[in-house]
Ligand binder design. Structure first.
Ligand SMILES: *Cc1c(COP(=O)(O)O)cnc(C)c1O
Length: 399
């Protein structure tokens, strides 16, 4: 295969690297020229179980032989099963399936408005969200995301969002009015630069939501599905949201999203209140169940936690030795951010030169989002490649 670098019929919405992968195995991807790359991007936290996972491949191909799509006019048994399993593994009592992260956000905001409308408080419709948050690219998503760069040129902005500083409880309290319906927060900010919220902040959000009768929405589209070493990031804080949008890792690479809620929220979403043609179709549901089979298997999440701690220790050591390249290591579990002392784009390029994939994020951060199936060997291999990138970028080992 050859790659036409003048891909001029594609809309120029993306800054693409001149790489095109033909196949993948576990944590590695093979470029069309035969070179293998260590994949610490995972398609932006999507291929959470790596490439070509036999259990996922089998689930997808088995289902492909049976039936792909029937619409939500009919029952979809694999979807009923997946919803029950997601509820059993979380705070939730009800699940709505969709196809992407931003659709899950869109549905979550609709649910928050409808909940208050149906429970006698139609004046409550505004949502408090955070600066530097990312909630996707529809008009609702860019209105919810607290940064102008996503909204510029697409005004007027959808009304109803009030932004406060992330991880700042005083600002949340001050922003609450009679019109507030919900608080929308990422437990670990992803695009904004891999910023984990203080666990006490997450717990305090739950308290204040209860105090004022607000719905708490945790956007776990990036930080959920095992990424932090627990199935959901908020579990570390010991509190639960009322509504949780999910996507990215939930389909292991198959496009899929979901909104998990309590029964009280689900009760206001009767027939006709919301819908999607593709959401929860048999192909997606088969793969979603296969992903859960792996993630809920005995010891899987503990394994993620263990390898993450090993990787963290080695990266912190590296940051200490190359302070003029890596200023800080931050994040949670296998959702890691290297805050760079050089330009993050240079670091991403240097890593690519070492045949390793990573993802830039806000605040001059390079994201490391390896598949959750990595072992200590791949962690050590990543650290070796990052060290070579540090040297390439002119870093002087300080010891
Ligand atoms: C990626 C992401 C979204 C948007 O998901 P899409 O599938 O791109 O629509 C929303 N919120 C967070 C936290 C994300 O990381």
């Amino acid at each position: 295969m050859t790659v036409d670098s003048a891909a001029d019929a594609l809309m120029p919405t993306y800054n693409r690297a001149d790489l095109a992968f033909e196949r993948g195995e576990g944590a590695y991807l093979q470029n069309w020229d035969g070179t293998w790359y260590l994949d610490f991007a995972s398609g932006i936290a999507v291929t959470a179980l790596g490439h070509g996972h036999p259990h996922l491949v089998a689930a997808l191909t088995d289902q492909a032989q049976k039936v792909w799509h029937t619409s939500n006019l009919f029952r979809i048994p694999e979807g009923e099963r997946l919803a029950r399993r997601l509820c059993a593994a979380s705070f939730a009592e009800s699940v709505f399936f969709c196809n992407s992260g931003v659709e899950a956000i869109e549905a979550a905001v609709k649910m928050a408005r409808k909940y208050h409308d149906d429970t006698g408080n139609p004046h409550r419709w505004r949502v408090i969200a955070c600066h530097d948050a990312f909630h996707g690219r529809t008009l609702t998503g860019i209105a919810a995301s607290g940064s102008d760069k996503y909204r510029k040129g697409f005004e007027p902005t959808m009304p109803g969002f009030d932004h406060v500083a992330y991880d700042n409880m005083n600002q949340v309290r001050q922003a609450i009015t009679d019109e507030t319906a919900a608080i929308l927060v990422e437990p670990v900010q992803g695009e904004g630069g891999i910023r984990p919220a203080d666990l006490q902040y997450l717990a305090a959000l739950r308290q204040v939501a209860d105090e004022y009768g607000l719905l708490l929405i945790f956007d776990e589209i990036q930080c959920g599905m095992g990424r932090t070493g627990r199935l959901f990031a908020h579990e570390w804080a010991g509190v639960a949201p009322d509504i949780m949008p999910l996507a990215k890792g939930i389909g292991g690479g198959f496009p899929m999203g979901a909104v998990l809620t309590t029964q009280a929220v689900a009760d206001v979403m009767g027939p006709g209140s919301h819908g999607t043609t593709f959401g929860g179709n048999p192909l997606a549901m088969a793969v979603g169940n296969a992903v859960l089979d792996v993630m809920l298997a005995e010891g899987f999440l503990d394994g993620v936690d263990t390898v993450a701690r090993d990787l963290w220790a080695q990266l912190r050591d590296l940051a200490a030795r190359y302070p003029d390249v890596i200023a800080e290591v931050r994040g949670a579990g296998l959702m890691l951010g290297l805050k760079c002392a050089v330009a993050n784009a240079d670091m991403v390029a240097a890593l690519r030169g070492e045949h390793m994939l990573s993802v830039p994020a806000g605040d001059n951060v390079v994201r490391l989002l390896p598949p959750l199936i990595i072992g200590h060997d791949e962690a050590a291999e990543a650290v070796r490649r990052i060290e070579r990138a540090c040297v390439h970028l002119g870093g002087e080992a300080s010891q």
